[in-house]
Design a protein around this ligand. Structure first.
Ligand code: FMN
Length: 194
């Protein structure tokens, strides 16, 4: 018999480092946080990564419609970036206004400060019902200027300030309710390159 809470806790061992995902659509820039990104190719000449993004996030449609995003590994001194990008939606505010960035080769925003960044062009997607898995060809990379230690999801969850905890848990619960209602409604998708 599956114990949902135990299963969820064990699955948390499969989260990725904390990453910041940025996108731009019709001149509007945005960024969000994810801990569901992985390397998706072992071939040095065909570098790929993938990331799950919930459909309710503003970033989801921006990436789906443009087929472009940048993924940034963060370092342990960047809790402020996680808070700015991961706790509120870009529908409500210009989240990148206070975070120094510049346009990358694909035109997507690249954070000046990070552990490393990857610019990606989407080559395929998979629908999960509640989210989309984006498979990206990595077309450009770079390192941050002052790269410290990589920010893992466990490090973030264990060390985030106590006053953020309640907000984080509430957002997570809300996302879980959304996902529970939609996760079984999976549609086959044929991706057309943008
Ligand atoms: C540590 C952390 C991990 C997160 N992981 C994911 C994730 O894997 N997928 C996702 O869609 N949202 C994830 N989120 C939530 C989004 O970052 C959040 O909903 C954000 O406000 C979306 O912004 P947007 O609406 O501007 O795109 C995470 C947030 C945090 C703080």
């Amino acid at each position: 018999m599956l114990q949902p809470d135990l299963t969820y806790q064990l699955l948390r061992n499969l989260t990725s480092p904390v990453v910041a995902i940025t996108a731009v659509r019709a001149g509007k820039e945005n960024g969000m946080i994810s801990d569901a990104a992985v390397r998706a190719s072992i071939v040095p000449t065909v570098p790929r990564l993938s990331v799950y993004i919930h459909k309710f996030n503003f970033s989801h449609d921006m990436i789906y419609e443009t087929g472009r995003f940048a993924l940034h590994l963060l370092h342990t001194k960047q809790f402020d970036v996680v808070r700015r990008l991961g706790f509120v939606s870009g529908r409500d505010q210009d989240k990148l206004a206070a975070i120094p960035h510049h346009a990358g080769t694909l035109g997507v925003p690249i954070l000046d400060e990070c552990f490393a960044h990857f610019e990606c062009s989407v080559v395929n997607v998979m629908d999960t019902g509640s989210s989309t898995l984006f498979l990206g060809d990595v077309v450009a990379v770079g390192r941050g200027k002052a790269a410290g230690e990589l920010l893992t999801a466990t490090h973030f969850r264990s060390n985030m300030p106590a006053e953020w905890q309640r907000e984080y848990e509430a957002k997570l619960k809300e996302a879980q309710r959304y996902a529970e209602a939609r996760s079984r409604d999976i549609k086959p998708v044929v991706w057309q390159r943008r």
